[in-house]
Design a protein around this ligand. Sequence first.
Ligand code: 5GP
Length: 122
Amino acid sequence: MSDTLFTKIINREIPADIIYEDDIALAFKDINPQAPVHFLVIPKKPIATINDISEEDRIAVGHLSFVAAKVAKEMGFAEEGYRTVMNCNEFGGQTVYHIHLHVLAGKLLGWPPYTNKPKTLE
Ligand code: 5GP
């Protein structure tokens, strides 16, 4: 796959507010936060969508949830609660084709999460 802007963030070619990094994953604040706390956890390996996760990626992708919880505990909102979500393709609302786990916290989050009328009903 071609590089997305998230590869550029991993390589420090464009700036981001990085809050966690290890060999497998990077976490940084979302540029357009949808909650008082909103950061993204991404694998360093570029994987375009959830559909492209291979057998060999399974541990790295599971690691994203581990990192989300680790950062949630360190930032102090783990017990209060938070939401993780990974969007897939157009109907899922994906706009950057390098998988990323959204972590949203700091307010009572509504359900269902979408605010627009579902496309299937248009
Ligand atoms: P998606 O819509 O693909 O699930 O989520 C992509 C997310 O990346 C969005 O929440 C968007 O605000 C965030 N984003 C897009 N460009 C940038 C950027 O240059 N820097 C950061 N930190 N976040 C970005």
